[in-house]
Design a protein around this ligand. Structure first.
Ligand code: FES
Ligand SMILES: [Fe+2]
Length: 396
């Protein structure tokens, strides 16, 4: 984030703490629970969001060296991400051109070539078919005509992007809707990969994103986990095209600012946690340690199942920064602790919401004035599908 914007954000939070207010949406809106249960809607979402739309798929340090690769399933497509011998980030449908088997197993590693487990057709890290096993028996083919199918991919500001279907290009600045400079200023390109975790949930992919959409719940659901360190019901609210940013304040705000009379000197990272929604399916959290990237997808063609790829990255200043404040952090413990909160608190509630939606007990859920990010997430998804925006609930 740029310096002037940090100052603006800190002023908003300062006023919010002083007045006991947060950034409010215009009113209350309601969302039909059918949005979490409709198979027809899921089919549209799968096509538009998980085939036709470029997705934020990680940071550059997922693939630090040439030959590094990772394989992920995005909705129903196995995708091979690789850094080729020229250092270029590329993406391929991980589908063998012989009989369509998945070429590279799920996971990550480093390789010079990929050999299909079915009949050992072999591809290089540029996707070229370089060997057909027992070609004299199989028959002769022009290998140039059967590379792995390449998917549009781009790398900018330390972010990796990919459109999970062939054709077209990815314009990262266009996807970021004005957040480019801000992403560059975070130094995501200098962050190092630390940890990965995949989280399954029996809940619609949008419901799990929603758990990252407000901090109204912190004092209740997270009263013993996050609430002791982050203030609940207090956030900033900014929209960047289809994306969204909110900033939360830490509980130690008053203690820190009391010691620093000049607001210009207030330390942004000691006071705040920044949360982005990167359309259509990612959450990016930026704090003093680095950042977390969480990407949610539907799985098994089910309205009620999702997975989340969660990766944690460390800022080069991390050790220095937390030593300065006397905080000792065990990396794995911090990552696993955060995942435990997501699983045992947020996603447990999302799963109960899914069961309620499936039961038909209620027709709508409500998004309050103090949950403005949820207004944006749901309406952005609706705009993406050319659906009408959510209806307001009459004020009393
Ligand atoms: S399907 Fe890959 S080698 Fe046969
Ligand atoms: Fe939460």
């Amino acid at each position: 984030m740029l310096k002037a914007e940090k100052r603006r954000v800190l002023r908003i939070l300062k006023d919010g703490i002083a007045n006991g207010t947060t950034h409010f949406a215009d009113g209350i809106i309601r969302s039909p629970v059918d949005d979490f249960t409709s198979e027809e809607l899921l089919r549209q979402e799968q096509q538009v969001f998980f085939k036709d739309t470029p997705l934020f798929v990680g940071l550059s340090s997922d693939l630090p060296k040439n030959g590094n690769y990772k394989v992920e399933t995005i909705n129903d497509t196995s995708v091979l991400f690789v850094r080729d011998p020229n250092g270029q980030f590329r993406a391929f449908a991980n589908v063998c051109r012989h009989r369509g088997a998945q070429v590279v197993p799920d996971g990550k590693g480093r390789a010079e070539r990929f050999s299909c487990p079915f009949h050992a057709w072999t591809y290089n890290t540029e996707g070229r078919l370089i060997a057909v096993n027992r070609e004299s028996s199989f028959g002769s083919i022009c290998k140039e005509e059967f590379p792995l199918v390449e998917l549009p991919a781009a790398e900018k500001y330390g972010m990796l992007w990919c459109k999970p279907s062939p054709g077209g290009t990815v314009d990262v600045d266009d996807c970021l809707g004005g957040l480019g400079e801000e992403m560059e200023a975070w130094g995501l390109d200098k962050m190092s990969h630390s940890s990965d975790q995949e989280i399954d949930a029996e809940a619609n992919w949008k419901l799990v994103i929603d758990t990252f959409g407000e901090n109204y719940h912190f004092d209740v659901l997270h009263r013993n986990s996050l609430a002791p360190s982050i203030k609940g019901n207090l956030q900033t609210h900014d929209i960047y095209g289809m994306n969204y940013r909110m900033v939360f304040a830490y509980q130690n705000w008053e203690r820190i600012v009391a010691e620093i009379p000049n607001e210009e000197d207030w330390p942004f990272f000691s006071l705040t946690l920044t949360v982005y929604f990167i359309y259509p399916n990612a959450i990016l959290l930026v704090d003093y340690a680095g950042c977390d990237v969480l990407r949610m997808h539907p799985v098994d063609n089910s309205t009620s199942k999702s997975n989340t790829y969660h990766s944690w990255y460390l800022s080069p200043n991390f050790v220095e920064a937390h030593e300065e404040h006397g905080v000792k952090v065990n990396h794995e413990e911090k990552f696993n602790g955060f995942n435990a909160i997501i699983r045992r608190e947020d996603y447990l509630v999302a799963e109960s919401t899914q069961r309620s939606a499936n039961s038909g007990a209620i027709s709508h859920v409500l998004f309050g004035r103090n949950e403005p990010a949820l207004h944006h997430y749901h309406n952005a998804h609706r705009r993406g599908l050319n659906r009408p925006e959510l209806e307001p609930v009459a004020a009393v």
